[in-house]
Every structure is written in C-alpha cells, then in structure tokens.
Write a protein that binds this ligand. Structure first.
Ligand SMILES: CC(C)(COP(=O)(O)OP(=O)(O)OC[C@H]1O[C@@H](n2cnc3c(N)ncnc32)[C@H](O)[C@@H]1OP(=O)(O)O)[C@@H](O)C(=O)NCCC(=O)NCCS
Length: 326
C-alpha cells in the first residue's frame, strides 16, 4: 500500500527574542501570569523587513537538505498559513521562486492553527492518487504583524516561526496511517481578524477601529479545544487500531501548556511522551506542529518505526489529528 511518508524535516525561527519580562514593559501583565496560565516564557518575533516566506524558505531548505531532495525535483508546494506575505500571489508561489522549484505547482492553505495537520491530509490524497511524488509542506507564520501589541489577551500568546517537511510516496508500513479533519464554522467569531478582507476592506475607519488585529475569546476556546483535540485523536487511533499506550510521541499544537496537558491526560498519554516547546516559542499557529516535530526529530525523540500522533486545533473553528509511523 502506498503511503505518504515524511522523509525530511526543517524549521526556522527569527533571531529576535521577546521575553515575558519585555512584555511586562508593554502591557499590564506579568511573567508569573503568563507562565502559569500558558506555559510561555519567551517567543520569537521577526524584524520589520521579514515576511512569512522569509521564514518558510529557511525551514524549507533545511527540510530539503535533511530529505536529500533538490528544490528542482519538487512537484507540489503547500504553505499552511494565516499570515501570507500578501493577498496575491500565494506565499507558496513566492516560496517556489525563492527556492527555484521550477517544476512545482503550489497553493496556500488556511486552516489557522490546524493548517499543517490539514496539509498532511491533503498531501496524502495527492500521493495516494498518484498526483504528486515530491511534496514540500510548510507551516509558516508572522503573527506578530497581526497581533495588537496593546491587547494583553492576545499579544502574550502569538509569535512567529516556520516548519517544513518533505513528503514522498512509499510502499509499506511507514508513513501516514490515518487522519481526520473537522471544522465548525459556527464558532468563527471565537478567534478572527475582522479587517483587511472583503467584509471590512482597509480604510481609515478600519485602522482606527483596530480591525486589522486578531480578536479572541480565549476562555471559550480553551474549553472547546481540549474536548475537540481529544475526540479527533481518539477517532484516528480507533481508525488505525492503535491504543494510546502504544504511541511513542504526541506532538500537539502549542497553544497553551494547560490545553496540551489536559488533552494528553484525557488520552492517557504520559508527560514523557508529549513534545512541548511552547515555553520558547509561544503559539506559532500553523508553524507550531512542524516546528515541534523537527525539534523532536533532531533530538532523536522520533526513530524509525515510532508511532507519532499530531493533534491541532485553531480558528475556523478547525481541528484534526494525524497518526504517522515514522
Ligand atoms: C487566553 C488564555 C491564556 C487565558 O487564560 P484563562 O485562564 O482562560 O484566563 P481568563 O481569560 O479567564 O482571564 C483571567 C483574568 O486574567 C486577565 N488576563 C488576560 N490576559 C492577561 C495577561 N496577559 N496578563 C495578566 N492578566 C491577564 C483577564 O483580564 C482576566 O481578568 P479578570 O478576571 O479580572 O477579568 C486561555 O484561555 C487560552 O489559552 N485559551 C486558548 C487560546 C487559544 O488557543 N487561542 C488560539 C486558538 S489556537
């Protein structure tokens, strides 16, 4: 049976570090509040001249090198992002040009923080249908440019980064074993950016009204996220006939340490099998799962044959889980 297998991972975060103590000087917050409520200690933020594709290209080069695949051999590029460089063209096309991936075609995928996991499922469809053989899947975000740095409810959470994987078809037991994606549009107001699109195009009024920044109902999201991530993970494990105890590594979206721990507890996954890096990077939305996956892989926490469960939740609402045999 042909499966989509990840054969290389890469990640990149901007050099600039913003600690909780830096934030104490900007909004009414404290390191103690942020650490106990979210698990975040510091995050990475771009310089003004850096855009999402600048982070994506570095992560992609590292993933291609790890995979031993040349950019010229890629046939599909998907960039999961909610912070594209611009409206038109897609960040995937900008990335294609920067990489020199002349034979590829590509597009952006917006499923907010679930974008990378959605992307895995999309790539799997192309691979199994024979439509693609060398795929670059990237999750990349510059959330610092759509965060309201005067709003303590959001500015302490979101940050910038990129992660990438190279995926190829392979016959056998390794690769994507199963995945399920969900969305519930009824909840779209729980996290959204009202301005800049066709609903509220840019205007002096939209700028004055701060419509070009993320708005979030964190408390509501928290409750839904834990339930949703648990449910979809359970279904994927059942689909694949795998028990939670058999998992080698759980790589959840890094939105809040308490969400991660509550979800893992409900799934009976012990702490030592959860990969956590939210303390260093905050919530990097679509970049968070591939960034964590790359770190875990480079630390040899993922070995051939290991069962790795990825699980994400985000705006839309969207959520999904994917199980891989490494
Ligand atoms: C945002 C989040 C950290 C808030 O934690 P919480 O425990 O739910 O806290 P609450 O929202 O109930 O707020 C508690 C208090 O802290 C205050 N507060 C909020 N942000 C604060 C900050 N940065 N510093 C200090 N106090 C803060 C609130 O104003 C509130 O004060 P009040 O009780 O006087 O009204 C948490 O709800 C969360 O992580 N939600 C999910 C977010 C998410 O996943 N978003 C993206 C989708 S992927």
């Amino acid at each position: 049976m042909v499966r989509a297998r990840i054969v290389g991972t890469g990640a990149y975060v901007p050099e600039r570090v913003i600690t909780n103590y830096d934030l104490e000087k900007m909004v009414s917050t404290s390191d103690e509040w942020i650490v106990t409520r979210t698990g975040i200690r510091e995050r990475r933020v771009v310089f003004p001249d850096q855009a999402t594709s600048d982070l994506a290209v570095e992560a992609s080069r590292r993933a291609l090198e790890a995979a031993g695949v040349g950019a010229a051999d890629l046939d599909l590029i998907i960039v999961a992002t909610l912070t594209p460089d611009m409206w038109v063209p897609s960040t995937a096309c900008v990335l294609q040009a920067k990489l020199g991936a002349k034979k590829a075609w590509g597009f952006d995928l917006n499923a907010a923080c679930s974008g990378f996991v959605y992307g895995l499922w999309v790539v799997d469809q192309f691979i199994r249908a024979g439509g693609a053989r060398r795929v670059l899947l990237v999750g990349a975000e510059v959330l610092s440019k759509i965060v309201d740095w005067e709003d303590r409810n959001t500015c302490v959470l979101f940050a910038d980064g990129a992660g990438a994987v190279v995926i190829v078809p392979e016959d056998g037991e390794r690769g994507l074993l199963g995945a399920r994606m969900r969305s519930d549009g009824e909840g779209w107001r729980m996290v959204y950016m009202p301005g800049g699109g066709t609903a509220i195009p840019p205007s002096h009024e939209s700028l004055d009204g701060r419509y070009h920044y993320l708005k979030m109902n964190g408390n509501e999201l928290f409750k839904v996220a834990v339930r949703a991530m648990e449910e979809v993970a359970r279904v994927v494990l059942a689909d694949c006939g795998i028990r939670a105890e058999e998992l080698d590594l759980f790589v959840p979206h890094q939105a809040n340490l308490r969400i991660i721990q509550a979800t893992a507890k409900r799934l009976n996954i012990p702490d030592e099998k959860i990969y956590v890096n939210i303390d260093r990077y905050g919530n990097t939305s679509a970049a968070s799962v591939p960034l964590a996956l790359d770190e875990a892989h480079r630390q040899a926490l993922v070995r051939p044959g290991d069962l790795v469960l990825m699980d994400a939740f985000g705006g839309g609402l969207t959520w999904g889980a994917a199980l891989v045999r490494w």
